[in-house]
Design a binder for this molecule. Structure first.
Ligand code: ABN
Ligand code: CU
Length: 692
């Protein structure tokens, strides 16, 4: 091999060439007319990968393996593995009663069929739409979720129907009241769900968020001055292939059709020692259950990551819009159904941002002060799940914190309502004739822990009052409180909920490594406060299908291929068989004490829509933190150069007329002479002598 050809890192997503090679091998063995659903990296087995990471020069390099899902012309589904080194299929299995992920191409098929179907045309007429206007009828095809009338042998979609009087109109303001069921293999409508109470098409004038729509409502505001972000000396991170190094962090950035961004081998260089923190980190599932009990709205509960794929639905990001500043992009490569390649340019963006104050202290006696500014590294993808947009930012902080930060925007899913109709509390009229149903957005974060090594233990930490009563010798004044640490020693004990009353957090600890001062184990703390319980009741369809959402935290012992908590093939699961996390956590007596563990965390929000969310939602953030605790000797960011520092002795010297003149007001107030401009804003100047 020529020296300049870089071997893929074993965590790298399959390249275009590797996907093409897998397709050629499969076609040769199984024929030309297969539909390619998934061709994705089967991640290396952990034991082998760990050995290679420890010793890449001499350990066996993990082989590149393609994980394959195909749909045969008759609708049969096969799972396979292709060894890309040997060029052979190493496993091939025909599945029964399992439906694989829906691809974007499949989503685009339903609308054409819907518009031509005579029964749909008839329903449109009943709604008040003339046959010649069928080109203004649209549908968002969702997987059927699960419907007991058809089960899971046939691949089915439910077409949520809308009307767009003008092609530029936001369609979600004109929902239609019926729901065709579409078979994407036979390419036909097999049924239409029609409600007992009919809701004709709304005739209310359109409200739109595009420039012409805004113009109609008074036009754009004109008082905004430009904000430009410049990094004249370039960025402070370094990419080697898909491995990034930034401010002591080092990790690999992967991407797949399903989870989108996947981080592997996250380490932090602590004064020369590269310390492992997480082996793998990603968002592995989500569920958006809607709360209207009338048939067929119970089917509206999207498991967007397992049913549609955060990778497959990823946007191509653009500079100055999705991200501002000096941006590094990574593309994504997927197969098409026919066996070609679909490239998403700029699927991931990587950049730095100023992040306010990292730390500050001033002494009230003499105004001596140190103030150090922070910056953050953002690794972002944005995906569109039909109506909703999810902007997923993975934020890395200089102090060792990782902050997954999700912004929800896009458009509410809507249903029609008559002018005099009561929503019964299951939704809100956000615009005349538009009922936006109550719903939740629950995400599942998978943390494959590696805090100072693979053997970790999880503790729940609760702030509690001392048991001793007021007036007793141990708590005479009644003010005592402490952090109660509860070891979650088994899979059963680890099924835990959030408590805001006790500010519950979960510590991922290495109990084999105690901090020299605190005596506590080296740990990473999960600080997450937006954790609503699953609203669908125990025993409900959603509760069964989205078992991961039953608890805020599950912990399992690591096993290869236990990645996706709602199962490998999610569309049309009934929830009757325990798959995914339910299966992996079924043995509640299994020990997870000082083991290689995976923590599964479900968080999110319950959304009661309001008119401010319409016709497009201002982004709503959800965030959580993974913070080092008892991990570093002390504050790990004292070596970040301050933006400004004057010590008490420097203040005193100045007061006695010794040393340079110092005019705090001018330093802070005059734009041409800010403290940043004379103290090395770019971090090049370090501590200063107050020489203003
Ligand atoms: N939110 C459900 C969904 C996602 C993508 C495409 C269609 C529907
Ligand atoms: Cu919402």
């Amino acid at each position: 091999m020529p020296a300049d050809v870089r071997l893929p890192h074993p965590f790298d997503p399959l390249s275009k060439e590797e996907i093409e090679a897998a397709i050629a091998i499969i076609k040769k063995a199984h024929g030309d007319n297969l539909l390619f659903n998934v061709i994705s990296l089967q991640e290396p087995r952990k034991a082998q990968m760990t050995a290679w990471l420890e010793n890449p020069a001499s350990a066996l390099r993990p082989v590149r393996v393609a994980d394959v899902v195909v749909i045969c012309p008759d609708g049969k589904v096969c799972d396979g593995l292709v060894d890309l080194q040997k060029g052979t299929i190493t496993s091939w299995e025909e599945l029964d009663g399992l439906q694989p992920i829906i691809t974007v191409e499949e989503l685009q098929m339903a609308e054409h069929v819907v518009r031509k179907d005579p029964r749909v045309i008839e329903q449109c007429k009943i709604s008040g739409i003339a046959e010649e206007d069928m080109d203004k009828v649209y549908c968002d095809p969702w997987t059927i979720g699960y419907d007991e009338r058809w089960g899971n042998k046939t691949r089915l979609q439910q077409a949520l129907m809308y009307y767009r009087p003008d092609v530029d109109d936001c369609q979600y303001q004109y929902p239609l009241d019926f729901c065709p069921i579409f078979d994407p293999i036979r390419k036909e409508i097999i049924h239409i769900d029609i409600p007992k109470v009919r809701r004709p098409l709304s005739k209310v004038p359109a409200i739109n968020y595009h420039p012409a729509g805004v113009q109609k409502q008074g036009g754009f505001r004109s008082d905004l001055k430009p904000i430009n972000i410049t990094q004249p000396e370039g960025v402070s991170f370094k990419m080697t292939g898909r491995e990034i190094e930034w401010q002591n962090w080092k990790f690999h950035i992967g991407f797949n059709y399903r989870e989108g961004i996947v981080f592997n081998n996250i380490t932090f260089n602590d004064k020369g020692t590269e310390r492992p923190i997480f082996y793998r980190l990603s968002l592995v599932e989500m569920v958006v259950p809607y709360g209207n009990p009338e048939h067929p709205h119970q089917r509206k509960h999207a498991l967007d990551i397992g049913e549609y794929g955060a990778g497959y639905m990823t946007n191509s990001l653009s500079l100055g819009c999705d991200c501002k500043g000096a941006i590094f992009y990574l593309d994504a490569e997927f197969p098409t159904r026919a066996g070609g390649i679909r490239t998403i340019k700029n699927a991931i963006c990587i950049h730095e941002e100023d992040n306010g104050i990292l730390f500050k202290h001033s002494d009230f006696r003499d105004d001596s002060v140190i103030v150090t500014r922070a910056r953050k590294l953002i690794i972002q993808q944005i995906f569109t799940a039909a109506n909703y947009e999810y902007a997923i930012q993975w934020i890395f902080h200089q102090d060792g914190t990782i902050q997954p930060d999700i912004k929800l925007t896009g458009i509410l899913n809507t249903y029609s309502m008559n002018p005099d109709e009561d929503t019964n509390g299951w939704g809100t009229q956000v615009y005349p004739g538009v009922n936006a149903h109550n719903h939740q957005h629950l995400f599942c974060l998978r943390i494959d822990a590696n805090v100072d090594g693979p053997k970790n233990t999880i503790f729940a930490i609760d702030a509690v009052q001392a048991e001793a009563p007021v007036g007793s010798p141990g708590n005479y004044y009644g003010n005592a409180f402490y952090a109660q640490r509860t070891k979650l020693a088994t899979v059963g004990q680890a099924k835990t909920e959030y408590s805001s009353a006790t500010m519950r957090t979960w510590d991922i600890c290495n109990t084999n490594k105690l901090h020299p001062y605190s005596g506590k184990p080296s740990s990473y703390k999960l600080v997450s406060r937006e954790i609503p319980g699953l609203m669908p009741k125990p025993g409900s369809l959603v509760w069964k299908r989205a078992g991961f959402a039953r608890h805020a935290v599950h912990v399992t012992k690591y096993r290869d291929d236990e990645l996706w908590p709602a199962g490998r093939h999610v569309p049309q699961t009934s929830g009757e068989q325990e798959v995914g996390l339910l299966k992996w956590s079924a043995d509640e007596s299994e020990s997870i004490d000082n083991e290689d563990v995976v923590l599964w965390h479900t968080f999110g929000l319950t959304h009661f829509p309001a008119p401010e969310d319409f016709p497009v939602m201002p982004a709503e953030p959800i965030t959580l933190l993974l913070r080092p605790r008892h991990f570093f000797s002390n504050n790990p960011v004292m070596d970040v150069p301050p933006s400004y520092c004057i010590t008490p002795s420097q203040v005193a010297a100045k007061a006695q007329g010794v040393g340079p003149a110092f005019d705090k007001n001018s330093a802070y107030a005059k734009p041409e002479k800010t403290c940043g401009s004379c103290h090395g804003e770019n971090g090049t100047n370090g501590t200063t002598d107050g020489a203003h």
